[in-house]
Design a protein around this ligand. Structure first.
Ligand SMILES: CCOCCOc1ccc(-c2cn(C[C@@H]3NC[C@@H](O)[C@H]3O)nn2)cc1
Length: 447
């Protein structure tokens, strides 16, 4: 059996997000978020699922940290619920909310696990949405107040920070496709919000530097790969647009100080223009310490007139797919790494999400998820190939520690290394948990 070796200094961990695991949505002063509103709106989430209880991690965080400790990780990525800290998004601070995250972080540090804190993982306080949400530039000011509070509270304890998780989803799935909260379907709105999210990111990084907060700050970027069906220019351009919307649209302004011209023109053709004001690009263009890479899937694709936002169609050849219907395309992750390095230079890349949704059958207290193990083997091989090729990859976080609330898909789509019985909240380690534990302990894997 071939052995794939990983560098000794590679960080290993898992990731979750507040609304997907915490529950306790009305406890200890937490205010409503847009995902509370959205998930309680009939027809928005499969099976009418919502995050009211989720994995009950608000009450079971010590148990979750024990699972992390037994797994042997050295990093745990979680997000802070903005509306636990500021129930109305701004104004009165909620000390019980702050205290919850001190307890979680202290428990992690006690077990020798580095917290990676995501400031925004899609759960905008509903009170701010009522004032226009991310479409309103004043929401950026509220975010800066919230970020300043979090920096002040956890500086010195937290060493890894991420600003906004997957701005593509927060802008376009939420305001163009309408499949995520708050559920609008307006391209100009989505483009405006993508710009405001980048402004919030840039001003937060500036604040982080001005406050001399300890540690490193970075992004959490959606990434994907599209291999052109042919070398025809129209096919190659279509694939560039899909990759470009995920990566270039969000990372070019941060790292290059400008939007990708070909995408600006594309959106203009579709009737949407960027709301750039004097000084915006300078505010966004702040040096970051790492690019957070979130990767799940890729495909072969070709140009198709008027197909979706980008005039592109996937060629559904018989790739194996995960249970959420995403093709398994590990070579795409390898291509993404090289794309990022060629476009942005040697900025450290930290895989902050990668994982598989599988049909997890619990039988006699065991989940034999060989399909998930195979997915991880394939994608960790891509990580090793890239490192061997000289790409600066510093960490890898599996999505996710726990089965959790997978947004509009609800609880039926399980990504966890740990199975959660959502009736009893019992946590049951899957076979992939034991496999990942061994990879972390050994620093190598068999394929
Ligand atoms: C305009 C074109 O737009 C099409 C993009 O369509 C999608 C759909 C879904 C995703 C998607 C979903 N996930 C999993 C979550 N990541 C964060 C964590 O909370 C996980 O639950 N990652 N990416 C990306 C893009």
């Amino acid at each position: 059996m071939p052995i794939i070796q990983f560098p000794k200094g590679l960080k290993w961990g898992t990731a979750t997000a507040a609304y997907q695991v915490e529950g306790a949505v009305s406890e200890d002063g937490r205010g409503l978020s847009i995902w509370d509103t959205f998930s309680h709106t009939p027809g928005k989430v499969k099976n009418g699922d919502n995050g009211d209880i989720a994995c009950d991690s608000y009450h079971r965080y010590a148990e979750d940290v024990d699972l992390l400790h037994q797994l042997g990780v050295n990093v745990y990525r979680f997000s802070v619920s903005w509306s636990r800290i500021y129930p109305n998004g701004k104004g009165e601070l909620n000390p019980k909310g702050v205290n919850y995250y001190h307890n979680l972080i202290d428990k992690l540090l006690e077990k020798g696990i580095e917290p990676m804190l995501t400031l925004y993982h899609w759960d905008l306080p509903q009170a701010l949405q009522d004032d226009g949400g991310w479409a309103n530039r004043e929401t950026i000011d509220a975010f800066i107040l919230y970020a300043k509070t979090v920096f002040n509270e956890f500086n010195g304890k937290v060493k890894y920070w991420q600003t906004i998780n997957e701005p593509l989803c927060a802008a376009f799935l939420s305001n163009y496709q309408g499949v995520h909260a708050p559920g609008f379907q307006d391209l100009q709105l989505a483009v405006d919000i993508s710009h405001h999210l980048l402004l919030a990111h840039g001003r937060t990084v500036r604040l982080f530097r001005d406050m001399r907060v300890e540690g490193e700050i970075g992004t959490a970027t959606n990434t994907t790969w599209r291999e052109p069906f042919s070398i025809k220019a129209e096919d190659m351009e279509a694939c560039k647009r899909e990759i470009g919307l995920n990566i270039d649209w969000f990372l070019d302004p941060i790292i290059k100080g400008e939007y990708p011209g070909y995408m600006v023109e594309w959106f203009k053709k579709k009737g949407a223009e960027l709301p750039i004001k004097e000084g915006d690009l300078e505010a966004i263009h702040q040096p970051i310490d790492f690019i957070g890479v979130n990767y799940y899937s890729g495909n072969i694709a070709r140009y198709k007139k008027d197909a979706g936002l980008l005039d592109i169609e996937n060629i559904e050849i018989d790739y194996d797919k995960t249970y959420i219907e995403w093709p398994i395309y590990a070579d795409g992750l390898y291509k993404v790494f090289h794309y990022l390095a060629e476009r942005y230079g040697d900025i450290p890349l930290f895989v902050t999400e990668n994982g598989a949704c599988c049909i997890d059958q619990l039988s006699e207290g065991r989940v034999n998820d060989q399909d998930r193990i195979k997915y991880y083997q394939q994608h960790l091989t891509a990580v090793s190939r890239a490192i061997e090729s000289g790409i600066n990859i510093t960490g890898y976080l599996a999505w996710s520690l726990l089965d959790n609330f997978e947004w509009a898909e609800g609880y039926g789509k399980r990504f966890g290394l740990v199975y959660v019985d959502f009736h009893t909240m019992e946590r049951i380690k899957k076979d992939s948990y034991y496999w990942y534990k061994k990879v972390i302990a050994n620093g190598w894997m068999e394929i």
